[in-house]
Design a protein around this ligand. Structure first.
Ligand code: NAD
Length: 353
C-alpha cells in the first residue's frame, strides 16, 4: 500500500501528523504500508513555485492513495490565481480523474448537542453523499458572459453524458451495497432534460443491483428533507452542483467541521482522502485543531481503496471510543468534556486502537 502524504498548509501539518501516528501503528502491527511526503498548496508554492509541483503530481500518480491535510492561507491570497493553493487542489483532482466525491455526514450520539438541529432529529445520523465531481454545469461548454442586444448575458451549460452518470451511479450502488442498501438519486427531472437523462441512466444501472432499494427525489425536496428528517437517507447520489450544495448542508447537520472526512475516487478506486475543512489559519500552529476528520479519512482509505473493512472498523471504533470517553478538542467541546490538544487526541486514538 503506497500512500502519498500531502500535509499542505496551516493546520494541515498538525492533523496529518496525527493520522501518521495511526499509520505507524498499523505498520508496527505488520501491515505493508509505504508513505512518502510531498508539498502541495502554499507549501508547494514556497518550495517549488507551484501549488502542485511536478514531483508531487508524479508521486500522487505512482501511489495507490493520497492523504491530504488542507491548503490555503492569507499569505497566499494575493498571488495570481493559477499560483494560489486552492488551484493545486483542483488540479490534482482533475489530473487523477477523481470523479466520485464521497462525503459522509455522521453524528456521534455524544455530540448531538453540537448540532444546530434538535438532538432527536440528528442523533445517530449516518448518511453518505456521493457527488459527481468532474462534470455538470461547472465544466460544461459553452459558458461565459457576453453582450447581446445591448445588455450582458451570463450563461453556463448543464451537461452529462450517460457514461459519466453510469460510472458515478455504479460507485453509489456499490457503496449502498456495503451499507444500508438504500440509494436516493437526487435531480430536477421535472424541469431539466439533463436531470431526465440522469434519472433514466440511474434506473438502468439499478437493474444490476436488485438488492438495493432505489428512490428518486427532486433537489428542492431533498434540501428540505435533509433538515426535516435526515435519518430517512442512507446513500444519496447526485450531480456536481446539487451535490456541492447538499453535501455542505448535510455536513452542518453534524455541527462539527473537524469531524468529517471525505474521499474522491477514480474508476479503479484509487482515491484522495481529506478532511472537509480548510487550513484554519486562525488556530494553525497552536496544537488546537481536531485531527479526527483526518484520521477518519484514513479509515475511508482502508475501506474504499484497500478494501480492508476490518482496519477501517478498527479506526472508526477507536474514534467512537475516544468520543465516548469525552475527549474533546475545542471545536467539539461541551460542558464536562476532557479538553485535549491536537496531538493528545491523536495519542488517544492510537491508545484506543
Ligand atoms: P476552514 O475550514 O479552514 O475554517 C473554518 C472554521 O472552522 C475556522 O474557525 C477554523 O478554526 C475551524 N476549523 C476548521 N477545521 C478545524 C479543525 N480540524 N479543528 C478545529 N477547528 C477547525 O475554512 P476557512 O477559514 O474558510 O478557510 C481557511 C483557508 O482554508 C482558506 O485559505 C481556504 O481557501 C482554505 N480551504 C481549504 C480547503 C481544503 O484544503 N480542502 C477547504 C476549505 C477551505
Amino acid at each position: 500500500m503506497k500512500i502519498a502524504v500531502l500535509p499542505g498548509d496551516g493546520i494541515g501539518t498538525e492533523i496529518v501528523a496525527q493520522a501518521m501516528k495511526v499509520l505507524d501503528l498499523l505498520k508496527r502491527d505488520g501491515m505493508k504500508i509505504e508513505t512518502e511526503e510531498a508539498a502541495i498548496g502554499g507549501a508547494g508554492y514556497d518550495t517549488a513555485g507551484d501549488p502542485l509541483p511536478e514531483a508531487t503530481l508524479k508521486l500522487a500518480k505512482a501511489s495507490d492513495a493520497v492523504l491530504l491535510g488542507a491548503v490555503g492561507g492569507p499569505q497566499y491570497d494575493k498571488l495570481d490565481r493559477p499560483l494560489r493553493p486552492e488551484r493545486g487542489l483542483l488540479r490534482i483532482r482533475k489530473e487523477l480523474n477523481l470523479f466520485a466525491n464521497l462525503r459522509p455526514a455522521l453524528l456521534y450520539p455524544e455530540l448531538a448537542s453540537a448540532s444546530t438541529l434538535k438532538p432527536e432529529v440528528v442523533a445517530g445520523l449516518d448518511i453518505m453523499i456521493v457527488r459527481e465531481l468532474t462534470g455538470d454545469v461547472y465544466f460544461g461548454q459553452p459558458r461565459g458572459i457576453e453582450v447581446r442586444d445591448g445588455q450582458r448575458w451570463g450563461f453556463n451549460t448543464m451537461i452529462y453524458s450517460e457514461a459519466e452518470v453510469r460510472r458515478v451511479a455504479h460507485v453509489a450502488f456499490g457503496i449502498a451495497m456495503k451499507r444500508g442498501r438504500k440509494l436516493c438519486s437526487v435531480e430536477k427531472a421535472n424541469v431539466l432534460e439533463c436531470s431526465e437523462l440522469w434519472k433514466e441512466v440511474v434506473a438502468e444501472v439499478a437493474r444490476e443491483y436488485p438488492e438495493v432499494e432505489l428512490s428518486t427525489m427532486y433537489v428542492d425536496n431533498a434540501a428540505m428533507q435533509l433538515v426535516r428528517n435526515p435519518k430517512q437517507f442512507d446513500v444519496i447520489v447526485t450531480g456536481n452542483i446539487f451535490g456541492d450544495i447538499l453535501s455542505d448542508e448535510a455536513s452542518m447537520l453534524s455541527g462539527s467541521i473537524g469531524m468529517l472526512p471525505s474521499a474522491s475516487l477514480d474508476e479503479h478506486n484509487k482515491g484522495m482522502y481529506e478532511p472537509i475543512h480548510g487550513s484554519a489559519p486562525d488556530i494553525a500552529g497552536r496544537n488546537l485543531a481536531n485531527p479526527l476528520a483526518t484520521i477518519l479519512s484514513v479509515s475511508m482509505m482502508f475501506k474504499y481503496t484497500f478494501g480492508d473493512q476490518a482496519t477501517a472498523d478498527r479506526i472508526d471504533n477507536a474514534v467512537k471510543k475516544v468520543i465516548a470517553q469525552s475527549y474533546c478538542t475545542g471545536d467539539i467541546w461541551t460542558e464536562g468534556c476532557k479538553r485535549v490538544s491536537c496531538s493528545e487526541m491523536g495519542d488517544a486514538v492510537v491508545a484506543a486502537m
